[in-house]
Write a protein that binds this ligand. Structure first.
Ligand code: GTP
Ligand code: MG
Ligand code: ZN
Length: 361
């Protein structure tokens, strides 16, 4: 890396030679590389190695979609207090989800992520199926998943909790409260690498962030039984540099709904054991119900496959099929709108030619 102090500071944000060459491909000589370090809804904060400053999206980027936390961007020279963001370095290793609400619009949660820490609280809220579903959504993103079972201090039966979880990712017990095990995060990340905390609201993502940063940077709140108190405490996404070159960590708001953005093949990736069994069913289109020669039902009967895990796989397959149908419908509607505007333009052009007796445009 260069001896230029600004570039060195960018290295602390994860800037490397690959991003530098990608930056050169999209930026002009007046531009400066920076990372998006916070998304507060209407406001983005960017850091070009000199600390966070407000950035404003401009030019062609307005149409291409808003940069996400973790993204690398090209900044134009400052205009007053604001830094115009003029280009997005082609995004890699992004965590994307269906946006909350009715329309299936993909929303980028974090970009240039090396490791996703799936945080789950070992309290009354422990939900192994939710963890499996998040891992499924992560499959195929190129992001390494790690499960952090948090609130280990409040858990009386760790082995029992662990046994409920059928996943292929590393699983670690941690306590953001006491600090037990939390060093796994900087250890796994290391210098210049980016991690993101995802998981249900109240799992302790912000408490863990504060513990790793050694201060009260993110607000946290106690979860109360029976109401929504302590839920959705974090409302924006932000990236922090961990001390002593321990990498970069993005805290995110808890997911309000199961929000997948995955294809059916990705369900098979997360449930590869079930998918492999399915290959051995007698019928290729086996629905793993009452069909004769079903290898999956046979595995359940032999006790080799957990019924709950199979149910989770079935449910996921159905959800993915539904999501895919909706994506197709939306694509079809968008194509129809485009076609309508094309035919309107063609009609206008014909009218113009008729009136003026010749070629237009
Ligand atoms: N006993 C125990 N409580 C914890 C631990 N970590 C977090 N908590 C508590 O869990 C509650 C929720 O923690 P938060 O850090 O706000 O949860 P969050 O995942 O950031 O939630 P959102 O921001 O809503 O997504 C707080 O009362 C924390 O004190 C832990 O390791 N042990
Ligand atoms: Mg939080
Ligand atoms: Zn079958």
């Amino acid at each position: 890396m260069s001896r230029d102090p600004m570039t060195r500071a960018l290295g602390g944000l994860g800037f490397d030679s690959h991003i530098r060459s990608e930056f050169r491909a999209v930026a002009g000589p007046e531009h400066h590389p920076a990372r998006v370090v916070a998304d507060h809804g209407t406001r983005l904060l960017v850091d070009r190695g000199a600390g966070p400053e407000p950035g404003v999206v401009r030019g062609a980027l307005l149409r291409e979609g808003r940069p996400a936390v973790g993204d690398w961007v090209a900044l134009a020279p400052a205009e007053g207090e604001l830094r115009p963001i003029e280009a997005l370095i082609p995004r890699q290793r992004a965590i994307v989800r269906k946006a909350a609400g009715e329309r299936t619009v993909p929303q980028v949660i974090a970009a240039w992520v090396d490791t996703a820490f799936v945080v789950a609280g070992l309290d009354g809220d422990f939900n192994p199926r939710r963890i499996e579903r998040i891992l499924t959504a992560l499959a195929g993103t190129g992001v390494q998943p790690v499960v952090l079972l948090n609130k280990a201090d409040a858990c009386v039966d760790r082995a029992g909790a662990r046994a409920q979880l059928a996943v292929h990712a590393p699983v670690c017990f941690v306590s953001a409260l006491t600090g037990e095990g939390v060093d796994i995060v900087p250890t796994l990340l290391g210098k210049g690498r980016t991690g993101v905390l995802v998981g249900a609201s109240g799992a302790g993502k912000s408490t863990l962030t504060n513990r790793l940063l050694g201060g009260d940077v993110q607000a946290t709140a106690a979860v109360r039984e029976g109401d929504d108190k302590g839920r959705h405490t974090t409302t924006s996404r932000a990236l922090f540099a961990l001390p002593d070159g321990g990498g970069l960590l993005i805290d995110t708001p808890g997911m309000r709904e199961l929000a997948l953005w995955a294809g059916e093949g990705e369900a098979d990736e997360a449930f590869d054991d079930i998918a492999a069994l399915g290959q051995r069913c007698r019928f290729r289109d086996c629905a793993h119900g009452a069909e004769p020669g079903c290898a999956i039902r046979a595995a359940v009967e032999r006790g080799e496959l957990d019924e709950a895990r199979l149910a989770s796989y079935d449910k996921l397959q159905r959800e993915l099929a539904y999501a895919e149908r909706r994506q197709d419908e939306q694509a079809a509607r968008a194509a129809q709108t485009r076609w309508k505007s094309v035919s309107t333009r063609m009609r206008q052009r014909r009218n113009f030619e008729d009136r003026n007796g010749g070629k237009a445009w």
